[in-house]
Write a protein that binds this ligand. Structure first.
Ligand code: ATP
Length: 254
């Protein structure tokens, strides 16, 4: 039903789907532009980290989303994208999907998918963002991902056979479309409850690690902008999704 709203290009290989779409955004023809790659040779995560994928085992794609003038600040986009991904996978029958602030999708603490949102310079045009998604579909046996203690894939979360990548993509694009429309008209508050319901760390001790700092506290949800709320010794603190990572903590300092 939404097919006409999307322009989907599926390539065999590219360095990074986010890199390609941010470097040369397609002209605005009113459609949502999507670039899918069977293989990324230099997949990106946040802060210059790598996103690893294996041809046939992963779904890696990016979506160029243009906002109407006056749309809410794009700060909550990573969270909305995560929620859309979670809902799409649940709709396909995946069990136990959880979100990790700001932008990861986990199952039992293991990373199933990553999301990288990059904003395009406005240059007088309405704001636009490239939302990159890397989803493990069926990982080769014996792989390990540096810096990640546990990784999982969609096939392990399903009781039935893994659907074709095109079906998974269509489910995710449909949810993204629906939730971005809600986000554009009503902002993050309209989606906050659904996001929090799936957060893996609600009421748990966490550590927020920055480049040279660590903040410990008990996770108290997210606010109306999608900032993380942390109960610390110094009171309730608001953490913006920037160059920080959430890790399970021991509650020290909380
Ligand atoms: P965190 O918040 O946990 O620090 P991040 O949001 O900064 O993560 P991302 O940008 O989502 O991380 O992704 C990059 C990281 O994800 C890499 O450093 C690596 O640890 C991990 N990673 C890379 N490829 C995969 C994969 N296929 N499956 C699971 N994890 C991966």
């Amino acid at each position: 039903m939404l097919a006409g709203d999307f322009s989907i290009i599926w390539v065999d290989e590219c360095a990074s789907t986010n890199g390609t779409l941010t470097a040369a955004p397609p002209a605005d023809d009113g459609r949502v532009h999507v670039l899918v790659a069977n293989r990324q040779t230099a997949g990106r995560g946040r802060r210059g980290r790598a996103w690893l994928s294996w041809p046939g085992s992963s779904l890696t794609f990016s979506v160029l989303w243009r906002f109407m003038p006056g749309a809410p600040a794009p700060a909550g986009l990573s969270l909305v994208a995560g929620l859309a991904l979670a809902r799409a996978l649940e709709g396909l029958g995946a069990q136990g999907i959880q979100l990790k602030w700001p932008n990861d999708v986990l199952v039992h603490g293991e990373k199933l998918a990553g999301i990288l949102v990059e904003l395009l310079p406005a240059r007088g045009r309405p704001p636009a963002a490239v939302i990159g998604i890397g989803l493990n579909l069926h990982l080769p046996t014996g792989i390990s991902v540096p810096g990640q203690s546990g990784v999982t894939d969609l096939s392990r979360t399903l009781e039935h056979e893994l659907p074709a990548a095109t079906i998974v993509l269509a489910a995710i694009l449909t949810e993204l479309h629906g939730l971005f429309e809600i986000y554009a008209s009503a902002g993050f508050p309209a989606l906050r409850g659904a996001w929090q319901q799936r957060h893996a760390f609600t009421d748990l001790p966490v550590c927020i690690r920055g480049e040279d700092s660590a903040l410990y506290g008990i996770c108290a949800g997210v606010d109306e902008d999608g900032a993380l709320l942390l109960r610390t010794e110094a009171g309730l603190q608001r953490v913006l999704a920037g160059d920080v990572s959430l890790r399970p903590g021991d509650g020290a300092g909380a």
